[in-house]
Ligand binder design. Sequence first.
Ligand SMILES: Cc1cc2nc3c(=O)[nH]c(=O)nc-3n(C[C@H](O)[C@H](O)[C@H](O)COP(=O)(O)OP(=O)(O)OC[C@H]3O[C@@H](n4cnc5c(N)ncnc54)[C@H](O)[C@@H]3O)c2cc1C
Length: 455
Amino acid sequence: MNYDVIIIGAGPGGIFSAYELSLQNPNLKVAVFEAGHALSKRHCPIDGDKIKSCINCKTCSIMSGFGGAGAFSDGKYNITNDFGGTLHEYIGKEKALDLMRYVDEINMRYGGEGTKLYSTAGSKFKKQCIQHNLHLLDASVRHLGTDINYVVLENIYDYLKDKVEFFFDCPVTRVVKTDGGFEVCTEKDTFTCEKCIISVGRSGSKWMEKVCSELGIETNSNRVDIGVRVELPAEVFSHLTDELYESKIVYRTEKYADKVRTFCMNPKGAVVNENTNGIITVNGHSYEDPEKQTENTNFALLVAKHFSEPFKDSNGYGESIARLSNMLGGGVIVQRFGDLIQGRRSTPSRIEEAFITPTLKATPGDLSLVLPKRILDGIIEMIYALDKIAPGTANDDTLLYGVEVKFYNMEVDVDENLESCHKGLYVIGDGSGITHSLSHASASGVYVARKIAAN
Ligand SMILES: Cc1cc2nc3c(=O)[nH]c(=O)nc-3n(C[C@H](O)[C@H](O)[C@H](O)COP(=O)(O)OP(=O)(O)OC[C@H]3O[C@@H](n4cnc5c(N)ncnc54)[C@H](O)[C@@H]3O)c2cc1C
C-alpha cells in the first residue's frame, strides 16, 4: 500500500510521468490510479445502430481509461509553444520544445515510426493568409492518426505494466497531506506515497477543484472556447492539409475585434460526440490508414471567452450553452451554412439533399438559437475569410455542428517545478489548466518525473 510515487490519471501526462520515472529510477515503487478502464476494455457503446447517442456510462470510454482523453484522438502531437498550453511560461520555451521533441522520439520508438511530421516552416500559405487578414501559427505537427496512436499506447503499456502498478476502474476520491507525504484514498482502500503527481485531465476538472479547495491550493479561472465544428469536402482544404496537415489560423473579427481560430483539423476525418461531465459536445478525429478515411475534412472554429469579475465561471458559461444545444437537439445539432445565413433551421431533408454526407449523426436544427450572437457573428465572418484562401468554405452545404466547447480547467497554482504549495505534490497536464494538448501534457509528465528522479 506504500509507494514512492503515486500518479493519479493515466492520460498522456500520467503515462509519460510513469515512463520517465521507470527510466530515470527503476528502483522507485510507482502506482498509477485511473478512473477508467484498461485500454483493451475501452469501448464506447454508441454503434450507430442499436445505440445511437450517448447513454452516459459510469466512466466515459472516450475520455477516460489508459491513454486518457487522447486514446481515440487524432494523435496530433503539435510541437510548438504557440498553442496547446502555456507550459513554456513555467519551464522556459527551449525546455518545453525539447521535451515535446523527446516525447515525439518515444512515440516513434513505440510504433509511430513512418508517420509524417508536417511543418509550417517556409510555407507559402503564411503569405496567402496574411493577405486576407488571417494568421497562420508556427508549428510542427506529428500526425499519428487514431489507429497508430492506439498502437503506440498499447506498446507503451506493454513496456510499463511490469514496472509500474496500475489500478484501473479505481477513481481516487481524496488526497490528504500527511507528515511524510500523502494519503491517496479510493472507494475501497487508502494508499500512501512520498510524492504524488495529479494528472486528471479535463474529465477530472471538478474533482481537481475539490482537491484544491480541501488542500488550500489556489486556483485561477481560465477561459472557455465556444464554437462549431465545420465539415466540408476534403478537396476544399486539401492544398493546406496536404502540406501542413493541420493549419492553426487566427482571425480578428471586424465587428467586435474578437479572435476566432481554427482548431483540431482532421483531413478526411470524422466528426464525433464528446461527453464532458454528461454534456454532449462535438469533436473530430481522423485515421492514418487510407481505408478508414472519409471524403470530408473537419475542423473547429472557436472563440475564447474569459470571465473574471463578478462572474468567474467561464466553464459554467460554456456548459450552459452546450446544455442548450443538448436540450434543443437531444445532443449535437447540425446545420448547413446556407440555412444559417438564410435564417432557417436545417431539416433532415435539407441535410439529405446536400452534396456532402455528414460523418456524425446529429439533429438538424438551428445554431442561431443556441450560440450567442457575438460568437456566431465571429464564426460567420471567419468562414467568409477562410473562403478566400480555401474557396468553397462558405458554400451552402458546408456543415456546422454545434456546439464545440473546449473547457479548460481552473489554473492550479504551481511553481516552476509544477509543484504545488505542498512539497511533493505535483499537478500536471490538462488537469492543471496549464496544458491543453497531447504534446504539452506529455511533456509536463516527463518534466516532473525528471524532477522527482533528480531528488
Ligand atoms: C476526441 C478528442 C480528440 C483530441 N485530439 C487531440 C489531438 O489530436 N491533439 C492534441 O494535442 N490533443 C487532442 N485532444 C486533447 C488531448 O486528448 C488532451 O489534451 C490530453 O489527453 C491531455 O492529457 P492529460 O493526461 O492531461 O489528461 P487526460 O488525457 O484527460 O487524462 C486524464 C485521466 O485521468 C483520469 N482521472 C480523472 N479523474 C480521476 C480520478 N479522480 N482518479 C483517477 N483517475 C482520474 C481520467 O479518467 C483520464 O483517463 C483531443 C481530445 C479529445 C477528447
